[in-house]
Design a binder for this molecule. Structure first.
Ligand SMILES: Cc1cc2nc3c(=O)[nH]c(=O)nc-3n(C[C@H](O)[C@H](O)[C@H](O)COP(=O)(O)O)c2cc1C
Ligand SMILES: [Fe+2]
Ligand SMILES: [Fe+2]
Length: 403
């Protein structure tokens, strides 16, 4: 397990997880993932972040092949979540560092995860700079991007920003640089990561981007803790632009129909609604919750300005998979979407009302009344569904033109 030089005397010493498809228990990672940690050799040798506990041996092996671990002077812990700190106790034991730097909020999270007695932990303030020889490190707080303790490390002499979780992507590859992989694949990976992990903190993203602008940080290399490294200025600009755009979530003329069904009545209604939307000029994607994970729904929703949700009534409520996706979605706080609801029922028919309540709770305006159908839909229901699609498509088009 060798280190990989990303610049002179700067090494990637992370772990590539080719087989994982489950990212932290809530999101799928269809392309695997990568945990990045970095080493800078200077008068003071510094390791930035670490990897999950299971990958400690891999990281320590890469480290030992670039430097004797005892010669590491400083550890920087940008974020204490276990994917970046699980291997920290092993790293501390191997390096016996002179100092361990973290944010002020990081002190608490470090104590909450590890027995830190005897660890030389030192909290740094936002904007604080330390010298490590030819180079220096400026710490930038990225509070709630995405944990209270999150921070970035900037090395001005190298124009290098180590951004921890921000700008990450879940992808496992033998390449280390963003420009070595097809741009469309990378953009998809960035979207999937942002909209499943970072999205609730959109205001903090905008604040940090503003801060980076205000500090006039010249960034030539952007090194996140997941996925590939942006090493060209144009790719760094692309990543910053993407994040601004992701955070602003502008209105988009595309619709997503998310539904579940037992006997396919609700599914047939979904198809008729889609036809109406398409007729109104709105590209539409259908996702049945039997065939899609909630994290794939969020990635798709990122490109949509309308969300139409459907469920049959099941035991006086909605289908469990719909409750799953709506619970997940609400927590991720999507913005700028119109909503609509539909569903089949047998007798009591509560599902549509429950779906409408979810849409309201997510702040989604519903300009078109819902469609409910008793048992199997017939011609009249299909007409109503088609009309719902057309009317919602027109409302979305108007909203996009106004924006
Ligand atoms: C297990 C089960 C529970 C149901 N519970 C209700 C209910 O509480 N209220 C109701 O109106 N219909 C209920 N229904 C009827 C369904 O909503 C109805 O069959 C509907 O047409 C199914 O739509 P689908 O084909 O999209 O699954 C239930 C059906 C099943 C199979
Ligand atoms: Fe994290
Ligand atoms: Fe992470």
């Amino acid at each position: 397990m060798k280190p990989f030089a990303i610049k002179e005397d700067i090494f990637w010493i992370g772990d590539v997880d080719y087989s994982s498809r489950d990212f932290h228990g809530y999101s799928r990672s269809p392309m695997g993932t990568t945990y990045n940690a970095y080493l800078i050799k200077d008068e003071k040798n510094v390791v930035f972040d670490s990897v999950k506990a299971e990958a400690a041996d891999t990281m320590l092996c890469r480290l030992a092949r670039s430097i004797e671990p005892q010669k590491v002077d400083y550890l920087v812990v940008n974020h204490v979540e276990l994917d970046h700190s699980g291997a920290l106790p092993r790293l501390v034991e191997a390096c016996k560092p002179e100092k361990i730097f973290c944010s002020t909020m990081g002190l608490k999270s470090m104590q909450g995860h590890f027995d830190t007695s005897g660890w030389p932990v030192q909290a740094v303030k936002n904007g604080e700079t330390i010298s490590i020889g030819k180079r220096s490190i400026t710490f930038i707080e990225a509070r709630m991007l995405h944990w209270p303790d999150s921070m970035f490390s900037y090395i001005p002499e190298e124009k290098l920003l180590i951004s921890n979780d921000a700008f990450g992507q879940n992808i496992a590859t033998s390449e280390r640089f963003f420009d070595e992989i097809d741009r469309d694949i990378m953009l998809h990976a960035m979207k999937e990561y942002y909209h499943n992990i970072v999205q609730p903190y959109a205001p903090q993203v905008l604040k940090v981007l503003e801060e980076v602008g205000k500090l006039g940080l010249d960034i030539e290399m952007l090194a996140p803790d997941h996925g590939l490294i942006y090493r060209r200025k144009e790719d760094v600009a692309f990543a910053l632009d993407c994040y601004k755009n992701f955070a602003l979530q502008p209105w988009k003329k595309k619709a997503l129909i998310v539904y579940d069904t037992m006997w396919h009545s609700t599914e047939k209604m979904a198809e008729a609604i889609a036809e109406g939307l398409v007729a109104a000029g709105v590209p539409t994607r259908l996702m049945c919750m039997k065939a899609n994970h909630h994290s794939a729904v969020m990635t798709e929703l990122a490109d949509c300005g309308a969300l139409i949700v459907g469920s049959p009534t099941h035991n006086n409520g909605i289908m469990p998979a719909m409750a799953d996706v709506l619970t997940y979605m609400k927590g991720l706080r999507p913005q700028n979407k119109l909503g609509a609801a539909f569903g089949s029922f047998g007798w009591s028919g509560e599902s549509v009302k429950v779906l409408q309540e979810w849409l309201t709770a997510m702040g989604m305006e519903q300009p078109v009344p819902p469609v409910k159908c008793q048992f199997v839909p017939k011609h009249e229901t299909f007409s109503q569904c088609y009309a719902l699609g057309e009317a919602l498509g027109a409302a979305l088009t108007a909203r996009c033109e106004k924006a």
